[in-house]
Write a protein that binds this ligand. Sequence first.
Ligand code: UD1
Length: 418
Amino acid sequence: MGRILIKGGIPLRGRVKISGAKNASLALLCAAILARNEIVLENVPDISDVRVMIEIINSLGASAAWENPETLRIVPPKKLNAGAPFHLVKKLRASNLLLGPMLARFGQATVALPGGCNIGVRPMDLHFKGLTGLGADLSLEHGCVCGSTPDRLVGARVYLDFPSVGATENIMMAACLAKGQTLIENAAKEPEIVDLANFLNAMGAKVRGAGTDVIKIDGVKYLEGGVRFPVIPDRIEAGTFMVVAAATGGDITLDNMIPAHVQPLSAKLREANADIIEGEDTLRVCVNGPLKSIDIKTMPYPGFPTDMQSQLMAMLSVIPGTSVLVENIFENRFMVADELKRMGARIKVEGRMAVIEGVDSLEGAQVKATDLRAGAALIVAGLIASGETEICNAAFIDRGYHNLEEKLKSLGAIINRK
Ligand code: UD1
């Protein structure tokens, strides 16, 4: 799975360009299935999750290929090939986002129950509740979700018991081609939801209210497609570099990003005594004094993102005092604590809470990434630790970060792949 070697202890300085958002790109690739005509997506990150999703939609009958390093040209399928192949789907949780578009456009879908990062149970009950609410007939057969619609899906009122990102996206995409109006209540409000709604509308859909609690979709007969659409910048990649700047006591300016999307993280880093200077599409993080311990609770957007929790844990492990992290989204997202402890961190995990007693320094060690963001956290830890850190299972990091080593090197890091 590859290893990354880091020699830590260097404050990172300079400018870095943020790539397009992984999670938005994955949803947009699924939404492309809904269209009749070719689509061009710009600012798509060349990361392994995106490559797997391209393979999956191509296996279904689409034809997606890179036009240049950040631009994808997608010809949607005219008819659907057999189900998405299990060996690909199991790599990617987000492949469950194909259910809604396949059902809406072709009236049938077979998707193997998806895999993805090992960060909890991650059920799909809310996806099923929404899609059956629109009239789909769903069953589980031999580890696959099989779905069909007698005729066209029919708009309905769907209340989500939790504002699930994936369920909101799946239902929103399905509802675009349903007959009549759909209301998604207690919808997720993440920027990726808004990006997906903008993309669907550009293709001819009628989606209103994305980014609020209630999304209203008036179904149309077909989505024309034929659009060029830029994906939003990745707020989690941006957040990771923000933490790298603060944790190493450096000074990094991020380009090609949307400061409003990282506002919850900016607020917490300011609380920790880092300086954050926002421009229109840039943001600078620097440190001009000792950092302070802070408490964090992960919440659905606009709360603090669960995808930044591990990186913060690494940073807080060397900040004097006690910090408390509460994870409210996933039940199994503290696995990185054990790896950080191998580097000298003092972290106590109890259920959904982690208590971190700041130590003077971390020491380089051999550690193992257990999921994508845990991998990012170990990069942060390696950058602040004394000596050399070797991170195994680096392929997890490649799922979500484009050119991470090169970007860190350009900021002064000593980092290599083995
Ligand atoms: C998406 C993101 C992921 C991020 C997460 C939360 C993508 C590809 N992934 O994941 O990076 O960490 O949002 O911001 O966009 N749940 C249910 N039933 C369901 C669906 C979800 O109980 O039907 C639960 C999950 O188990 C979890 C919580 O809701 O505890 C949040 O999940 P959800 O918002 O759906 O996350 P994903 O869409 O999987």
